[in-house]
Design a protein around this ligand. Sequence first.
Ligand code: O2Y
Ligand code: MN
Length: 603
Amino acid sequence: MNLTELTNAKLRAWVEDVAAMTRPDSIEVCDGSQAEYDRMIQIMVDEGLAKPVPKRPGSVLFRSDPSDVARVENRTFIASATREAAGPTNNWMDPTELKQILRGLFAGCMRGRTLYVIPFSMGPVGSPIAKIGVEISDSPYVVANMHIMTRVGVKVLEVLGPEGEFVPCLHSVGKPLAPGESDGGLWPCASLDKKYIAHFPETREIWSYGSGYGGNALLGKKCLALRIASVQARDEGWMAEHMLILKITDPEGVVKFMAGAFPSACGKTNLAMLVPTIPGWKVETIGDDIAWMKFGKDGRLYAINPEAGFFGVAPGTSLESNPNAMNSIDRNTLFTNVALTKDGDVWWEGIGYDPPGELIDWRGNPWVQEKGNKHQKPAAHPNARFAAPAHQCPAVADEWEDPAGVPIDAILFGGRRPSTIPLVHEARTWNHGVFLGSIVGSEITAAALDLKVGSVRRDPFAMLPFCGYNMGDYFQHWIDIGQRSTADKLPKIFMVNWFRKENGKYAWPGYGDNSRVLRWIFEACQGKAKSVDTAIGLMPTPDAIDAPEGVSTQTLAAILSVDKEGWLREIADIRAHHYVRFGDKLPKELLSQLDELESRLKV
Ligand code: O2Y
Ligand code: MN
């Protein structure tokens, strides 16, 4: 498609302005077709940027620049009108100053490249919960990944219409080409100090410069669906959350939907695709990373997965840890920074089998496994990724594209907590649940930077890197949401912890055995769970959860008990090091929850 086919005047004017600033050689409007996707892949294969993976039909491998392998939190900015609006947990920059820097960087930055206009829908096209974005990018890698991760093309432009609203998302790899120059097979990006992942919450704009990777460049995901959407959600009375969504069916065919917020690298994708170890139960996937939830007319919260694919971490993914993910990526998958085998397959650490001889590692060098050498550099980058269409997941639920969303029965919060936090407990009320969400975090297990071993790195609601405004106001938004319905209609809230340790070893096997905990949560939603009222909330009775193989009844009892001393230390830490950051913005309801919890523990 070309520019003249853009009937939305605002969109057309924006594209023309950006083209005048960035000076691309050509402009293409993406139609979202298979032919377009294939052409992007071919361009990158011809350039030497993509390598076919013949063992997985339709799949290719990319190797990024070593400076461009993950989200860059210290180069991610929330440029709200005031520092206070961004709050204590975000990198703030003055919007005028930041725009000036960005205009300088974007000037002429697409020389020698094509400017792609990517109209995309976050959520099923036309869903009342969905939002439209348009990404301008000079990266065919971004175009191909956006085809997988979002809904792209003509249908989106039709819904947008001549006057519809969209979030403008401007992206450049930040590497203009001189006449006749090409990337020469090397991943284009700018140096770290020139990377900017910039968000302008008031004007709902995203400007991303200098990185071609993942969350920095696929702007529908973390930038739009979380940072900008969290601001829209606050203003419009809904919720944009870093949550998986799963469907669980009991042996009688009763269905519940659960959403879950876990910090990055806590096994969210594995939980979303879990294969239960309890007979007769079924878990199906709606989404593995982001949930948008809106109230229905019946007062319940309905969730959609705004994405259309999975952008999962490859290392550690195996037929044992996540067979559904493995089967999702056996074709039509974009791999980034994994290793390549001689017989044309991918390999990574934790894939479940030894490499079949010599590999090419993620940097493009020959690599032979040195068994027992703990210092050997990995063949795949630890943040190596796969991008695969959600419809390829064998466990994807029938409802995953329902435009109305699915009614959420339970919300789960969790983190990596080797001590204190039990396997599962249920909040007494919505506000108690909000309190639990606000204290989510993971314990520091090895000395990292300036953080003390054993201290908790808080990641409230798993939104620390993704909340586009003041986290204190975000807590208040959660409290306000609870006022909009009644306890019988709101989801029940739970905190889970798959990572408790005893004598230095994990006490709970996790993975498929987490279904035993989900069953108790399911029963709690039906009002049928065997529960005991404790100081910290409702907990399973000793016989409510079947111990999986290898877990003794004593161990199970230990991880299902209240660690009074641990919780009192936790409360002191929350008061002194966590809540204090939010000053006046901390909702009084959360302080009351903390005080009440302390009093209950002290009786
Ligand atoms: O490193 C990146 O650019 C991707 S980060 C990511 C990708 C998929 C799902 N979640 C995350 C995350 O960091 O939470
Ligand atoms: Mn995530």
